[in-house]
Design a protein around this ligand. Sequence first.
Ligand code: MN
Length: 517
Amino acid sequence: MEKVRIFDTTLRDGEQAPGFSMSAGEKLALAKQLERLGVDVIEAGFAASSPGDFESVKAIGEQCEQATVVSLCRASISDIDRGVEALKDAENWGIHTFLASSPLHMKFKLQMEPEEVLKAAVTAVEHAKRFTDNVEFSPEDATRSEPEFLVKLLSEVVRAGAVTLNIPDTVGYTTPDEMYELILRLRNEVHNADQVVFSVHCHDDLGMGVANSLAAVRAGARQIECTVNGIGERAGNASLEELVMALKTRQSFYGLETNIDTAQIYPMSKLLQQITGVGVQPNKAIVGANAFAHEAGIHQHGMLKNALTYEIMTPQSVGIKSSNLVLGKHSGRHALADRIKSLGFTLNDVELNQVFKEFKRLADVKKQIFDEDLEALVTHGVQNHKDRYHLEHLSVSSGTTTIPTATVVMKIDGKPQKRAGFGDGPVDAALNTIKEMAGVECRLTSYIVKAITGGTDAQGEVSVGIEQNGQQVTGRGAHTDIVVASAMAFINGLNRLEARAGSVSPMAPVRAVMGGV
Ligand code: MN
């Protein structure tokens, strides 16, 4: 059966979205899981954008054994040289270069005439071709470009040596019918089109990223650029898990296959959520908490007789292990380790010990521990020893007649510190006190509390958005006491800010200056 190449840009386009910046170590961990998932190409970053990005593209290139690793590069000699420098020691690598082709982008962003764009694109591809056979070219904002100009430009870059032509719907503007027509036309009219692979890169601004990508595939595209959980600029990119499962579940219709090991989809999704602190909505296709939950009575009745009545694919096929097993006070370390593994998390012994300790604490106050509780424990309970701030003790007093007061003991750089403070309520008092102790200038942009499972003994999960100098992070915490959960979330966010500050430069400002597809 014919194959569609999966090109993952979670580490490049995904990382460019505010709140998703990752350290080099985190990107490497994700790249390794992307290899287990079986993606064909990993776009590891934008080597010329910052020294941090360069180092992480280099490290990923050197450590990946199966996937082809590429760097995005503007159509300039110096960008391409930087990409080549980062990747030249990799097992399999390539260069992805781009230049805008729409009248709007050429005139206002590039301030270049179409003829100059043609020349610059050809020069860039020829230059990249000196170092690698694997050169991909993207006309940025292709779906708002003049089709005649696209044909001319793409014919020229094929002549210059490009082997993959990627058609980006950079601003998420096109529709499935138009995308289908465009790819067909380009395959017909571009010079030597049968010698190259057509690719698409679709954004989800109108909620059509996946539909547009599949329309392109129907028209003959054989590479799809996408991201895990659909993360990416603005509304995000076409989601990898949705595309892969659509091709698999509807194989009789598409007649195509991918190299993806679908049982690795759920662990991949979880790892990204764990690393970025940003979860997916419960109704997210394939990986959302409700994606395989059949709660309506009529559905359950049908499901009991034959799962196929309402289930087009099984949770097992995407790596969700179904089990009614509920853990409690007497569950041992082994049972916990097994369950955590089947939920898609990979923990080392130190982390497992931490989670086990937290699990015992939780089991003392909560009778039944569900999968959701365990996920929260793993996501929030694993304390990174490199973290600057650790919560040691928190007590608050509040009520109808008292002034809300918080007493906090927090380890900062390993030294215990103590302080008390006030606020409008217990959460405000706790967060104010922590912020004063940390001495960090930052702004709370969002605060969300939700109950993880039912019952008044449920854990509360708090997520907070924190912004500092244009850098955005999400902190999360969970506890049966929501004030403690709030403090944990805030401290988690402060640690994330700290980790980002030392290791990566935020991609968002880069995007404004350098562009991307
Ligand atoms: Mn993009």
